[in-house]
Design a protein around this ligand. Sequence first.
Ligand code: PLP
Length: 377
Amino acid sequence: MTVSGQAETMTVIPLVDLRAAHAEVAAEIQAGFDEVMGSAAFVKGEVAAAFEREYAAFTRVAHCVGVANGTDALELALRAAEVPAGAEVIMPANTFVATAEAVVRAGARPAFADVDPDYLLLDPGSLQAALNQQTGAVIPVHLFGQMAPMTAVADVTARHGTVIIEDAAQAHGATQGGRPAGSFGLLAGVSFYPGKNLGAYGDAGAVLTGSAEHARRVRLLGDHGSERRYEHLTIGFNSRLDALQAVVLRAKLRGLAAGNQARRQAAGRYAELLADVPEVILPRTAPGNEHVWHLYPVRVPCRDEVLRCLHEEGIGAGIHYPVPVHLQPAFRHLGHGPGDFPVAEAVARQLLSLPLYPQITREQQVRVADAVRRALT
Ligand SMILES: Cc1ncc(COP(=O)(O)O)c(C=O)c1O
C-alpha cells in the first residue's frame, strides 16, 4: 500500500499488519476452512473444542470456553461469578470502553480507579480507595500487553473478599512472576478481535477459569441457557465460538509465542532508536512482568500534532485511548468529571501508539523513529 506524499510516493507502515500475519498461516487456514466446509459444522464443534483445550493449556488454566467476542466474555464471566445486580465493579479509568460496557450489561455499575504513572496499570492505592460495601468485583486490565499488579490487587481486595475477573483482552501470553495472564482471577475474559496478538478473522473471545462450575455456567449462559438440546435451564445468550474462527485461532496459536518474542525484540529496537529523543517517554515493563507488546504506546507532548505528522508520512500510528472511560458521554450518568482520575486523564492526552507487529522490520522502525524525531522538532 502506498500514499502520495509531497515529494514522493511512500509505502505505508500500518499500525498492525494483518496481511503479513495471514501470509504465515494462509495454507493451514485454507485447509482447515475446507474441512469445516466439508463437515458443515459451523458453530462450536470439534475444532472449537480443540482450540479451547489448546488455549487452556497455553494459559495453564483448567478451562477455556469459547464465546463470540471479548465483551461477551467479560459479561459472561461477571454473570457466572454472580456479581449482584447494582453492585460496583472497579476497573481502571484507562481501558477500552468494552470493560465498562460488559459491567453495565451484566447489571452491575462501573466504578473507576486511577492508573499508576509509570506503567499505566491499575493503581492499587486508588483501587483501595474505591473499594466499599457496594463493591462486587474488580477487573484489573492487562493493558497494552502487560499484566496489572496482581499480587497488590489480591492483597488489597483480600480483606473485602472481592471477586477478581481479569480483562486479558490485550495480554495473550503475558506473564507475571512466570504465571500467565488469565490464571490469577476467578475468571478472565479474552478477546480475539483481529488486531489482537492472537486474532481471529472476525469477532471471537473466550472465558478462562480454574473452576469447573464457573466454566459450566459460562457455557450454559452462552448457549441459550442450554446443556441439552431444547432444554433451557436459564435465560441465556447466543455467544459461541464459530468453527471457522477456531481454525484461524488454532493455526495462529502455534505461532503466538514466537510472535510475542518478535514483538519484544521490536519493542527493544524502538527503545534504542528513540533513546535520544528527550521529549518521548518510552513505555516501561513493570518488574516481574513478561510483556507481549500488544501496543507500543509512547507519551509525547503535542500528541495530536505528532500524530498528524506521522500520518502525513504514511505511518499508521494510533491513540489508545483518547478519552478515559469515566469521561465518555455513555457513562455521564455515573457523575464523573475532569480531575477525578488525573493520571488516566493526563496520559490520554499524551499517548501515541507506534506501529508494532511481529513482522515489522528494523528499516520500518527506523523510518517511524525518524518521523517521530522530525515531528517533535
Ligand atoms: C481491554 C479490552 N477489553 C475488552 C475488549 C473487548 O473485546 P471485543 O472487541 O472482542 O469485544 C477489548 C478489545 O477490543 C479490549 O482491548
